[in-house]
Design a protein around this ligand. Structure first.
Ligand SMILES: Cc1cc2nc3c(=O)[nH]c(=O)nc-3n(C[C@H](O)[C@H](O)[C@H](O)COP(=O)(O)OP(=O)(O)OC[C@H]3O[C@@H](n4cnc5c(N)ncnc54)[C@H](O)[C@@H]3O)c2cc1C
Length: 145
């Protein structure tokens, strides 16, 4: 049997397997699907803008919208992403990378913190854990403690 039931895996809990790790306290991520006019970057490229303590990722979606991902690595409690509406901070970050770009109405938006967790074992007897039930980490990779 394979337990692929996500971060809050019931299969893992029933097996009594530990899911060790932590949240990246300093990391806030925000994602939004939104139209952008006058955006100078080519649509057939994924655009990564990397600063000292932040990055902005802009990907053209089919149709009018772009997916904008913002990572702010200020301490969560002083993160500018924590203080502003999603729209305001996305607007601010996009104008920082392209002053001519104009954001439309967001179609969808979310904000979350990243977890970094790993099970103490991937299997117990004939039951295996897979996917987020076994491990989760930043899309940028595993950052050592
Ligand atoms: C906002 C966001 C953006 C992301 N972007 C990316 C990305 O760009 N690239 C990338 O690689 N990863 C991304 N991820 C991570 C990616 O979504 C997960 O790593 C992936 O979905 C894990 O897949 P999974 O099948 O292990 O678990 P899940 O996708 O969580 O699926 C688990 C399934 O099990 C079901 N389930 C849970 N408990 C039970 C139960 N008791 N009984 C029956 N069913 C149950 C759930 O309903 C769910 O359908 C993102 C995650 C988030 C939150």
């Amino acid at each position: 049997m394979i337990g692929a039931d996500g971060v809050r895996s019931r299969v893992r809990d029933c097996l009594g397997i530990a899911y060790e790790g932590d949240d990246y306290q300093e990391n806030v991520l925000q994602m939004m699907d939104v139209s952008i006019t006058n955006f100078s970057a080519a649509d057939d490229w994924i655009q990564y803008f990397i600063g000292q303590d932040k990055f902005v990722l802009v990907t053209k979606l089919p149709g009018a919208n772009y997916r904008v991902l913002i990572s702010d690595q200020g301490k969560a409690e002083r993160s500018s992403l924590g203080d502003e509406t999603r729209e305001a901070s996305t607007r601010r970050y996009i104008s920082a990378v392209d002053s001519e770009a104009v954001l439309g109405e967001p179609r969808w938006a979310t904000k979350w913190r990243i977890r970094k967790r790993l099970t103490s074992s991937y299997r117990k007897g004939g039951v295996f854990l897979a996917g987020d039930a076994a491990h989760c980490h930043s899309p940028s990779g595993w950052k050592a403690a």
